[in-house]
Design a protein around this ligand. Structure first.
Ligand SMILES: [Zn+2]
Length: 305
């Protein structure tokens, strides 16, 4: 008995004094690092124009280069997709982030007037999916207006303007945030849906940037955001937007397999096709109105706003 105790002591004799301390500290550091990695997977991301993904991730770029170029140029459509977040008069002037993502309501209204008077046809993301699938003809001068996140102003400020001009739009909703401060209530969302002008898309359940995340987390966020919106509001949800525009090949595959027909990114561009239907390019109109806005939509290269 005494002998075996001595033997055990011998085996662990390297764990003495400082070495024990170092071993314990190392284990704690590894545990904390592991915990931080897991917590980060679930952390909602905050959108800023600077934090958005602006170029194709390398895995997608390689995949695009492997694909054959569409046989006819008609397979690529020139469709500007305008990206908005807030449309309101920002009350708190210190809220820099809000101001960066905001367009004043009167400017937004002027932009709608400009586009309507210039003969643009407002379509939804769902309709663009049908065009890509050959089920619908592309209208003349197509344009999409999209709103991310589902803030309260979608119902109180944006919807009255959409109704006034009878303009269609697409709104990407975060079902986990509905009813939270700064977001629409479920009843406000019902109001938006009942207008019949807005294609309701999904934007994950908790606004999680999807690039590089674990497969089950991405699958949950994508599939559940669709399922919750469809079941709660009796809709067919086929349009998706990546929070922060953050995606990779894994996210694209999951979005496609979930039954979405399109997904929008934050990569600037105007050429939409079957090749990028799950990372359609978008542009920020900024404060441009009138001829300035029309010239902006006519150009072929898109600088970041
Ligand atoms: Zn967002």
């Amino acid at each position: 008995m005494k002998k075996s105790k001595k033997k055990t002591k011998y085996y662990f004799s390297f764990l003495s004094g400082n070495r024990i301390k170092i071993a314990v500290i190392t284990v704690i550091i590894l545990l904390l690092a592991g915990l931080t990695t897991v917590v980060r997977q679930f952390k909602p991301t905050i959108e800023t124009p600077r934090s958005e993904m602006k170029t194709l991730p390398p895995d997608i770029k390689n995949e695009m280069e492997r694909q054959p170029v569409p046989a006819t140029s008609s397979a690529t459509f020139r469709v500007p997709i305008l990206m908005y977040h807030y449309v309101e008069y920002v009350q708190d002037k210190r809220d820099r982030l809000r101001q960066l993502l905001d367009i004043n309501p009167n400017i937004f209204e002027q932009q709608i007037q400009t586009l309507q008077q210039a003969g643009y046809t407002f379509m939804t993301a769902k309709e663009l999916g049908e065009v890509i699938d050959g089920k619908m003809k592309l209208p003349n001068n197509p344009v999409l207006i999209t709103f991310d996140d589902g803030h309260w102003d979608l119902d109180t400020v944006i919807l009255p303007i959409l109704k006034k001009y009878h303009v269609k739009a697409t709104a990407y909703i975060i079902p986990g945030f509905l009813g939270g401060s700064d977001f629409m209530t479920p009843n406000q969302l019902r109001d938006v849906i009942s207008s019949g002008l807005v294609d309701i898309g999904a934007h994950t359940v908790h606004h999680i940037a999807l690039k590089g995340k674990l497969f089950p987390i991405v699958q949950f966020e994508v599939n559940q955001s669709k399922a919750i919106l469809e079941q709660t509001y009796h809709l067919k949800v086929v349009s998706f937007a990546y929070p922060n525009g953050s995606f990779d090949q894994q996210a694209v595959n999951i979005v496609r397999d979930a039954g979405f027909t399109t997904a929008v990114s934050t990569i600037p561009g105007i050429a939409q096709s079957n090749l990028n239907r799950f990372f359609l390019y978008r542009i920020r109109p900024g404060y441009r109105t009138g001829q300035l806005l029309l010239n902006y939509l006519q150009q072929n290269t898109f600088a970041q706003y």
